[in-house]
Design a protein around this ligand. Structure first.
Ligand SMILES: *Cc1c(COP(=O)(O)O)cnc(C)c1O
Length: 428
């Protein structure tokens, strides 16, 4: 009997001990953040909503930042995550390419968001903060932060985008189970929420608006800080454990990647995949870094590069990024985690300098390949992750046609077991 060993596991001791900071490597330095009124903004201004260590990381010029012991201990609950060779998927696609997926769905929250949630909760706890506010779209971030808040003894209030809450009621249940208070955004508790409701009482809500609510509350209370699950430099920093592990895992089986693919909402799982490979790309290695974004919210492929706000009420700093405009309310697609008008400044910079390439993926392709993954690998991908999966499959088919099979890796950023209503209503 021959048993196929399809999962590449790293031993615990091989878990990365540091995060990689891409800021010193960028060909063009990131433009400084600006205050909401457009004036220069000293980093300390962020102190109203973030702890000192995270602000330091946001603007750090250190190439590597050591991961503190309590965060490593928390990571060790499930990391390193396996890199899995998708033999079943390859066979179904009839391709000679090797397809691997990095399984970030095995975290306690079911997504890669735990990598930064635990770090952010730890640094807030260390700074004496008692309470966190945040927003959540599809619910994965709220779940990850609820667990992280439990781990480090913080209270948490989650503003969940109204349309997502209606689509995914079990998300509220699980966040509450982990001790979070979950509100449907917009609420009447904040000025931003009241203004949005006045304008349109039936608004489906948006991530940009939920961010406004969470930031407004955190800025107004000394015991409360705000935590963001994507976009910012320190969030991408924390996600670099993903790409670092993949590098070691591919080396174990003597493979080099031709295509590295992740979905793109605010840029954190893509950044976490891409950043450890930026030096290789700059050194001339032929690695394509592909960001899969939804055709319905194409901030990287159709957005404009420039300064824009991270939220709808224009409370956040102005950041240099690709954006569809902070007042853009994306259609109510099921990949709620990809419904964001902007992109991270880091990923925007990688795209602008052609180190990374964005590709828009249709919801139909995403669902079609999600079904194929479920039926061949027995994994139900999150609707967000399905965009990376679909792009990987389409690329593998294209390579097959050209007679040039390669090595493709995509990030399975989360599982879709709490997104089954999306599958029930999926386009055929
Ligand atoms: C939040 C989320 C995304 C999108 O966010 P990024 O910051 O772009 O990674 C993608 N997949 C899953 C499972 C998510 O929870």
């Amino acid at each position: 009997m021959s048993l196929i060993d399809n999962a590449i596991h790293l031993p615990k001791e091989e878990m990365p001990r540091q995060w990689l900071n891409v800021l010193p490597q960028l060909p063009e330095p990131l433009g400084a953040y600006k205050a909401p009124d457009g004036s220069d903004m000293p980093p300390a201004a962020l102190g109203a909503i973030f702890p000192p260590k995270l602000i330091e990381q946001e603007f750090s010029d250190q190439a590597q930042i050591p991961i503190p012991e309590p965060i490593l201990e928390a990571y060790a609950l499930w990391r390193p995550t396996p890199l899995v060779r998708a033999y079943g998927l390859e066979k179904a696609l009839k391709v000679n390419s090797k397809i691997y997926y990095k399984n970030e769905s095995l975290s306690p929250s079911g997504s890669h968001k735990s990598n930064t949630a635990l770090a952010q909760a730890y640094y807030n706890h260390e700074a004496g903060i008692k309470r966190l506010t945040t927003e959540t779209g599809a619910g994965q971030w709220g779940t990850a932060l609820a667990i992280a808040a439990q781990r480090f003894g913080l209270d948490i209030r989650v503003f969940m985008v109204k349309v997502s809450l209606a689509q995914k009621p079990y998300r509220q249940a699980i966040m509450s189970l982990y001790g979070a208070e979950v509100l449907s955004s917009p609420t009447t508790l904040t000025q931003a929420g009241r203004a949005a409701l006045e304008q349109n009482p039936l608004t489906p809500g948006s991530l940009g608006l939920a961010i406004s609510e969470a930031v407004e509350e955190a800025a107004g209370r000394a015991d409360t800080n705000y935590a963001l699950g994507s976009v910012l430099n320190h969030v991408i920093l924390h996600q670099t454990v993903i790409g670092q592990e993949i590098k070691k895992q591919l080396a174990l089986v003597g493979q080099k990647p031709d295509y590295l693919v992740a979905c793109h909402g605010g840029g954190s799982n893509f950044g976490g995949l891409a950043v450890p490979y930026v030096a290789d790309v700059l050194a001339g290695q032929k690695i394509q870094l592909l960001a899969a974004e939804p055709a319905a919210c194409p901030s990287l492929t159709k957005g404009v590069f420039g300064y824009d706000y991270g939220d709808m009420a224009k409370l956040t700093p102005l950041m240099p990024m690709y954006s569809l405009g902070s007042d853009f309310v994306p259609p109510a697609i099921h990949a709620g985690g990809l419904r964001y008008h902007g992109a991270s400044p880091i990923v925007s910079s990688l795209v602008k300098s052609k180190i990374a390439t964005p590709v828009a993926v249709s919801a139909q392709d995403a669902f079609q390949y999600a079904k194929l993954l479920a039926q061949t690998e027995y994994v139900v991908p999150a609707p967000e992750s399905s965009h990376a999966l679909a792009l990987t499959c389409l690329k593998a088919l294209e390579l097959e046609k050209a007679g040039t099979p390669g090595v493709l890796v995509f990030v399975l950023s989360g599982h879709g077991l709490l997104d089954l209503s999306a599958y029930e209503n999926a386009p055929d």
